[in-house]
Write a protein that binds this ligand. Structure first.
Ligand code: IMP
Length: 437
């Protein structure tokens, strides 16, 4: 291996963090290429149980350098908080690097994220309220503030003052559309207070300064030295800004095309793309989810899989594996192989269903792909194939042969439906609970 991208093949939360943590043993450089602290990676290792939001999962390997790429949006106080939590567990984060081209998430982005969701009412997107969307909007509108600006107090103040003129207009328009309350008023005052923002951000800058680099130089040196690089994706194809179920999407590109831009390396430098898919389906946030189960089975998946958001604590929506969504992702991402996570969560089921196609109840038409229209997608129903469960504990299995026959048959069927090999299977959160075929 030299450059491997680890990409979510579903709606996010597939277990990319634990896969990266596993692969990071062999990596010299791990790069996050998109998203912000809307992400949540749970990593369980010998040092404890960690919830990472911004910091790449390779941080626990002292030999591995970790870069927050230019495609990431960074909330400086949140990042300082995360570094502080690692310090409590004995990690000094000296192997963390931050691209000077990354954009900042500002307090008013968080406020606007919340106000815009209020304004959408019943049609809300279910964002993480971390200001991610508005931060990317400012980036594209060319009024964003970047890490490089944060390193220069005068440049930071000037850019902030200019941006706040626009932000205040935007906030006023949002406020006119929602029912104001005193709590909201104080939140608005706080999030648009130039002095308070400057003080908090410039203080965070002093902690972050030692980590800030020209990300492209770091990447280039690693490539020139033949180092092993892991590109750590955030979210999954179904939330991609271009390919996800619009508008129920995030504001960046989790697919490998986004990795090249957001990490700062040539697209042709990516040697291998590892897709990560959970053995069933979960999602947080709004939007169509054809195989969702609003019943005791869905509840059982949620409880056994401990499906609660790492960043927001929200209960995840759960359902059977959706082979159409994963195949869609395979086509867009070109996976070399797939890592299938949380197979053990299915241990107790007598029968297991797999969504192999969709059917439109209006005209009985069968769909083998994901439609562009969210309203069409909303009405599609899954066509299921039933497979026997194995009703045995797989958490102690360490080899392919050790898995029950029905579990192997399940994995083989998913492989057939995806059209690419399933190379890794996880049967628990610990680093050792990974079967490599
Ligand atoms: P945003 O990225 O906060 O704007 O949210 C956009 C959509 O992506 C919403 O449906 C969120 O629930 C979803 N989302 C954002 N981050 C995560 C994550 O880490 N895991 C799963 N879903 C996420």
């Amino acid at each position: 291996m030299s450059v491997i991208a680890v990409v979510g093949a579903q709606w996010g939360d597939e277990g990319k963090g634990r896969v990266v943590d596993y692969l990071a043993d062999d990596a010299d450089l791990v790069i996050r290429y998109g998203g912000g602290n809307n992400a949540g990676h749970t990593v369980v290792n010998a040092h404890g149980h960690f919830k990472l939001h911004l910091i790449p999962s390779g941080i626990f390997h002292p030999r591995t350098r970790n870069l927050l790429g230019n495609g990431v949006v960074i909330h400086p106080p949140a990042l300082v908080g995360e570094i502080g939590e690692l310090a409590l567990a004995g990690f000094d984060a000296s192997n963390l690097f931050i691209s000077d081209r990354a954009h900042l998430v500002m307090p008013y982005h968080v406020l606007l994220d919340q106000l815009e969701e209020r304004e959408r009412g019943a049609a809300k997107l279910g964002t993480t309220s971390r200001g991610i969307g508005p931060a990317y909007v400012d980036k594209v509108a060319r009024r964003g503030i970047r890490v490089v600006d944060l390193m220069e107090p005068d440049a930071f103040r000037a850019r902030l003052d200019a941006t706040l003129v626009h932000v205040r207009r935007q906030v006023a328009a949002c406020l006119a559309a929602v029912r104001a309350d005193p709590e909201l008023e104080s939140a608005v005052a706080e999030a648009t207070d130039a002095t308070a923002i400057t003080d908090a951000y410039l203080a965070a800058a002093e902690t972050l300064r030692v980590h800030v680099v020209d990300g492209q130089v770091v990447v280039d040196e690693a490539l020139a030295g033949g180092e092993r690089i892991l590109l750590e994706g955030q979210l999954g194809t179904m939330r991609d800004i271009d390919w996800g179920v619009y508008p129920y999407v995030t504001s960046s590109s989790p697919i490998p095309g986004g990795a090249s831009i957001g990490a700062g390396l040539p697209a042709v430098a990516i040697d291998q793309v590892l897709g990560v898919a959970k053995a069933y389906t979960t999602a947080v946030g709004s939007g169509p989810l054809p195989t969702e189960l609003d019943d005791a089975t869905g509840e059982a998946l949620r409880e056994r899989g401990m499906e609660y958001g790492t960043s927001t604590g929200r209960a995840r929506r759960c359902g059977w594996y959706d082979a159409v969504a994963v195949r869609f992702s395979v086509r867009l991402a070109g996976y070399s192989s797939i890592a299938l996570t949380k197979l053990d969560v299915l241990d107790g089921f007598e029968a297991i269903r797999v969504g192999v196609a969709y059917r439109d109840p209006l005209d009985d038409r069968e769909w083998g792909t994901v439609p562009a229209s969210a309203s069409v997608y909303e009405r599609l129903v899954p066509v299921y194939e039933d497979l026997p469960g194995w009703q045995a504990d797989t958490t102690a299995c360490r080899t392919w042969e050790a898995l029950p026959q029905a579990a192997r048959a399940y994995v083989e069927r998913l492989e057939e439906l995806a059209g690419v090999p399933i190379s890794h299977i996880s049967v628990g959160p610990e680093r050792a609970q990974m079967i490599v075929r």
